[in-house]
Design a protein around this ligand. Structure first.
Ligand SMILES: O=C[C@H](O)[C@H](O)[C@H](O)COP(=O)(O)O
Length: 230
C-alpha cells in the first residue's frame, strides 16, 4: 500500500494497538492506507493464532492484503452490521475526532463501512494531528459530473483540482469507476456544514470529511500510543 510520510514505527504502533481491541466473533471493517495496513497485518497474525473474525475490506488494496493475511472476508451487504472498523486518516482534530480521509481515493467505501460499524477507530501517526482541518478534501464524483462539481466547489469557496494518476496519463479512477476532485478550502471552520454542502451537490458520490464518526483515535509515536475516545 502507498505510504504517505510519517514514521512507519508510529503507524505500526497505532495499527497494532487498534487491532488489540478486536475479539472473537467480531465483524471488522478493514481500512485502507499504510497505517490501516498495519492493523490488517496484526489481525492476520491474530487469525493465525486462532482469532475468529470476519473482515469487511474497504478497497481493492485492503481486500488484497487481507486475503494475503488469511483473514476470512465478507462484503458489506453480506453482514448484519459491523462491530468495529479500523482505518487511517489524512488529518484529524483530536478534540472532536473529525477527520479528512481519501488520500488513497478509498473514502466512499470507507465511509459506508464506518457508518455500518458500532465503533470507528482511527489510527494515525503524529503528523496527521492538527488543531483545525485544512487538508484538501477528496470528493469522489461521477465522471459526467466533474465540471459541475468543480463549479460547486468554487461556489463553496474551494479550489478544485482533478486528481491525476501517477503511473498513467489521465485521472485517478476509483474502485467504483469514478473520478476524484481534490478541493482545497483552506481552514475548515465548520466541518459539519461543509460536509452537508458537499453531499448536496449533484454528482458527488462521497467526500472525505468524516464528521462525528470516530469513537476512538490511536496516535502512534516513536515510544508508544495515545488513545482518545469519544
Ligand atoms: O483513501 C484512503 C484512506 O482514507 C486512508 O485511510 C488515508 O489516506 C490515510 O492513509 P495513510 O495511513 O497511508 O496515511
Amino acid at each position: 500500500m502507498k505510504s504517505t510520510g510519517g514514521s512507519s514505527d508510529a503507524k505500526r504502533r497505532a495499527g497494532e494497538a487498534a487491532a488489540e481491541g478486536v475479539t472473537d466473533g467480531m465483524v471488522v471493517g478493514l481500512g485502507t492506507g499504510s497505517t490501516a495496513a498495519h492493523a490488517i497485518r496484526a489481525l492476520g497474525a491474530a487469525v493465525d493464532d486462532g482469532l475468529d473474525i470476519v473482515g469487511v475490506p474497504t478497497s481493492f488494496a485492503s481486500r488484497e492484503l487481507a486475503i494475503e493475511q488469511g483473514i476470512p472476508l465478507a462484503d458489506l451487504d453480506e453482514v448484519d452490521g459491523l462491530d468495529i472498523a479500523i482505518d487511517g486518516a489524512d488529518q484529524i482534530v483530536l478534540e472532536s475526532g473529525n477527520c479528512i480521509k481519501g488520500g488513497g481515493a478509498a473514502h466512499a467505501r470507507e465511509k459506508l463501512v464506518a457508518a455500518a460499524a458500532e465503533e470507528f477507530h482511527v489510527v494515525v501517526d503524529p503528523t496527521k494531528v492538527a488543531e483545525q482541518l485544512d487538508h484538501t478534501v477528496a470528493v469522489e464524483v461521477l465522471p459526467a459530473a466533474r465540471t459541475g462539481v468543480e463549479a460547486a466547489v468554487e461556489k463553496l469557496g474551494g479550489e478544485p483540482s482533478l486528481r491525476r494518476a501517477a503511473n498513467k496519463d489521465g485521472p485517478v479512477v476509483t474502485d467504483n469507476g469514478n473520478l476524484v476532485v481534490d478541493a482545497d478550502f483552506g481552514g475548515v471552520d465548520d466541518p459539519a456544514e461543509l460536509a452537508a454542502s458537499l453531499s448536496a451537490v449533484p454528482g458527488v458520490v462521497e467526500h472525505g470529511l468524516f464528521v462525528s464518526y470516530a469513537s476512538a483515535v490511536y496516535v502512534g509515536s516513536e515510544d508508544g500510543v495515545s488513545e482518545t475516545t469519544y
